[in-house]
Structure formats: structure tokens, C-alpha cells
Design a protein around this ligand. Sequence first.
Ligand SMILES: [Zn+2]
Length: 460
Amino acid sequence: MKLLSAGAALTVTGSCHRIETRGRRILVDCGLFQGPREIARLNREPFPFQPREIDAVLLTHGHLDHCGRLPLLAEQGFRGPIYAVRSTRSITEVILNDAAKLQQEDWERAMRKAGNKPREPGDIESPLYVPGDIPKTLELFREVGFDESIDLGEGVRAVFRPAGHILGSAFIEIETPDGRVVASGDLGNRESSIQQNAERPRECDAVIVESTYADRTHRTLPDTLEEFRSVIRKGVETGGVIMIPSFALERAQIVLYHINRMMREGGIPQVDVFVDSPMAAKMTRLYQESANEFKEPIAADLAAGRDPFEPPTLKFTVDAEESKKLNDLDCCAIIIAGSGMMTGGRILHHLRNQLHKPEASLVIVGYQSEGTLGRRLVDGARHVRIYGTEIDVQASVHTIGGLSAHADKDDLLAWLEGTGNAHAWLVHGELPVMKTFAGLLESRGRAATMVERGREYDLV
Ligand SMILES: [Zn+2]
């Protein structure tokens, strides 16, 4: 049985791994490379295999870095089924349409700026795909249930099992006549308040495992929630607008869930809550429809007739006009908007309008990578430039760790125990993190290999 990586090898995006056994070629995920230009450029390189020779795709979850190259795969000749659980298919539809729309808009803007004449061919890159390309990908989807055994031919079978990372997320067990391999996809934080814990995998011969946060432990949930509550209370007391930049999928719903609980339990006052993101509004609806898939307190909320993701004062602002009206707010409201790292989107308008006010607060609930506006603010920048306006940062800036949707080191080690002493093939992590984790696994007697893109390995 062979493994060939086509992404998320020594990096965290572009997840795509081919497993080949008994003449069957199976892809686990086909995600987009995201980040700076030199990384995003990898999306334009040919796959290290022939898309038409892939028999099936197994999609672990709907994050763009796991599903975002599926339209390219379909465009380049792949005609097999894409297996995914129902909520992953729904999330993928929203994510791919959004990615296609953004690419088209970026391209149109760049063309307009260049007077519709690129200086030289390739000067303005065409979109990887446009909204019209998405239906062709979606029609390849086949819905599977958790724990259902899928026949992939030649004695190869796959089972999706809950991974506890985001709605619909799965790890996948692949049974073959030559042995058993488990692919982790992204694994969840066991302290998540909403997601069920990842199930324990069965013993196997090889495990392909993510290592995003394999070198750290998250702050505990009670500490995180206490900090979140006191920051919001303080923000309301000083009388300003509280801005929470957030990713539309999972993080926005976790934030809404906690605000809802805190408001209903009297931990924070019932000020207005605006979700100023059409995509977060769509995702929240998917979460509301699937609430029975989450942890027990959520089922209890539902039984009591409460929507776990809907604080009593919640309003979604979908169109741009409604969003603009929020510019006039100057007191006591919470605005949740994208993008999560403040690199674009509606949050930038709010930051421009509010950051200079000493009574305003910015509450950062997600990872901010190097080079982003979010990272500069976390690092204490007192002056920033947004849409050409110089802003003196007077608002208070708070960072809340511990709301991550990813497994930390202890979560990964606990999950790996289920696999017995299987060889660990490390993917989906930065090099220094992977090195530390590989060393830790080896010191515990488990063989570990850091997978490189484009290289083929014998798994079993
Ligand atoms: Zn993910």
C-alpha cells in the first residue's frame, strides 16, 4: 500500500493524500493551498497524479484547505464519487461557492485596475475556478453516514468516524487486504463546548495524522470562558462597541454559543449582537439544523426550546446597506464579522470606525498569522492603516486563547493511543512543530515520518 502526498506536507494547507493499493487509487481530501503568494501558487501546479485515474475521493470535512481543489480535480478529468457525510456536503457547497466568487471578484477588480489590459500574459492570474464550475463538482458527491462501510472495490473498504473538529468532520479508516490505515483529517479540541469528542480509532498498521498544534497545550475551557466573560462585561461597562473578528465556520458558532449561554445565565448584559457576515449567517443556519449532532448541553437547550446558537438579541446583517447602518453604532453592542485575521471583509469597516475610540474593544478569538493586521494588533500596534486611513489605536485589545477547533498535543496523543503502535505519517503541520512531535513519538517507541509533497512512501 502506497502513500503519495499532494499537499499539507510540511505545511498546514492544501490537504490531499493518495493511497494506492490493489490497483485502487483513493484520495483523502483535495484542499486548497492558502496563504502568501508562494504557497497559493502551488494551486496552479499539476497534481502529482492523473486526476482521471483516481477512483474515489474521501472528504474528511468542509474547510477550504481540505475541499478547495475539488473543482480543479473535476475540471482535469476526475469522474469518480466524492464520499462525504451530509453536513460536509452542505458546508462544502457554501465554501466552494464563496471561494469561487471571491476569486472572480479579485480577478475582475485587478482587470479593471489594469484598464482591462494585463501588461503581459500571466500578469493578472485568472481565477482557478468561477461559480459556474461548482455544480459539476457537487454532482459527484455521494452521501455517507458515520460508521457506514463503503465498498471501494478489490476488497478495499472505508468507514467515516466522528473527528470532533467542525460540523460533519470525520477521520477515515481504510481496510484493505494488505492492512488497515487511518487518516485523521483534522481532529477536534476535546474541550470544545459543542463538538462531540473524536472517537477512538481502531488498531491499524499505519496512521496519517495531522499535527497543526502538536507542540502546545490549549488554555483550559473554564479559564478561557472566564476571561471571555470578563472582557465582554468590561466592554459593556465602558460603553463602547465590542468587535469580534471571526472565521465564518465553527468559530462564529462557538462564539455565539458562549454569548448565548452567558446572556441567559446572567453572566453578561443582554446587549445587541450583530453577525455581520453573510457566510457566517449561512453556516449558523447549517449548525442550527444539525444541532442534534453536538454535545449533550446542546441537546438539552433544544429540548427546552432554546436555540443554542441564538442569543436573545441576535441580528444577522446580510446586505451591505444593513451592514453600513452599523457604522453609526456608538454604544454597547457586539459585532461579529469576518475575516478572522482582519485581512479583508466587513470587519475592516468596523475597525476603521471604532479603533480610535477608547471605549471600544477588540476581542480576538482566533489565531493571527504573521504579516496580518490581526497579528499587528495582537502585538500591540498603536497605529494602523486601514483603507488609506491612519488610525491611532485607542480601543482596548484582548486576545482569548483556548477556543481552538483543533486538537492540541495531549488530544493528539490520546487519539493516537487507539491506533496501537502504528507508524505515524505526519502531515498538516509546520516543520518545527512536526519535528518536535516526531521526536516525542519516537521517544515513546513509535516510528514517525514527516511526509513530503510529491514523494511516494510504502505504508504497509
Ligand atoms: Zn479543518
